[in-house]
Design a protein around this ligand. Sequence first.
Ligand SMILES: C[S@@+](CC[C@H](N)C(=O)[O-])C[C@H]1O[C@@H](n2cnc3c(N)ncnc32)[C@H](O)[C@@H]1O
Length: 346
Amino acid sequence: MDVFLSAPGFEEALIRELGGAARVACRGVVIAEGPSRDLARTDPVFARQVLPGAEALEAPSIARMAHAAVDWVLPRVEAGEGPWRFETLLPDEPEDPHLPGELSRRAALAHGAFLAALKARRRRTWRRLDTAGAPGTPRVQALWVSRGRCYLSHARPALLDGGSWWPSPFPAGRPEVAEDRAAPSRAYRKLVEALAWLGRAPLPGERCVDLGAAPGGWTHVALRLGARVVAVDRAALAPALDGHPRLTQLRGDGFRYTPEDPPVDWLLSDLIAYPARGLALLARWAGARWFRRTVFHLKFKGRADYSTAAEAIRVLREAGYPLARAKHLYHDRNEVTVLGAESRGP
Ligand SMILES: C[S@@+](CC[C@H](N)C(=O)[O-])C[C@H]1O[C@@H](n2cnc3c(N)ncnc32)[C@H](O)[C@@H]1O
């Protein structure tokens, strides 16, 4: 079976995307029974992480679970050579409201107990553990869903078109986002997270267009990285950004803006619009090759629908952007993040 992590409340959207052949295991966790899917072809918008070929393990105590996990892991890891990673995961909202913190504590203890049991049993295999790790390093994931139950998976990540990896290199598909108190809005987190998924961020001197920029969280991130930004919004940006030497503020309709001297290095868009309108805007920019890379939010209203996101991926690929991916990221709400890039290089 394959186990997928989604944002809580988006399980049904993920199941629809998987063609219905899946069920909710618990909040934020969807299980697709049967033989494991072809990873490179199963990169759902509403799944932030996948545990390919997973199996459920149950044990009444942490010690018993640790030993059972070592039994499960050893033949799989020892069938290969080189480094491997071990990650302990939780769903986004794992806690039983009657026992707050219980599952996180248990998972942390079980993580340590697993490593200790492994070291005692097979020091050589334990030494191959890799904590920093390249994104393609084979990975064991242990997802805790209740006190006595976890799902284990061992897989080598697949390299998708355009150079991104699946399963995601980030535990539970959640890159760390550092707190930035200087940002004018909390939306900065969404861009930082998206850039981590893209594996590439604006470089000093690169040109960015930020559509729907106010109050300026995304613009702040790009400026902090040293990029030059044209920020377009009907509303004003936060006063703290006024007069920044690498910022041009334009008050007006983001849908009508056309870039000077395209392509720009980055198209950033967080415009609020109906999905079809957002998609048409992306198609216009991509078709004209007005950007080299993009982080583009497609908003949705009510029931989450992946068809517009799937269409956005098709539009990008046809326009010659090999990295074309859409994900409902950890910080996303009623939107999905479309990622596009013309190449992996600088
Ligand atoms: C979600 S907010 C953007 C937040 C921003 N990314 C940040 O980090 O602070 C959406 C913005 O889109 C702007 N917007 C919506 N429709 C627009 C349009 N047609 N033209 C320009 N701006 C628009 C709104 O004024 C609003 O500031």
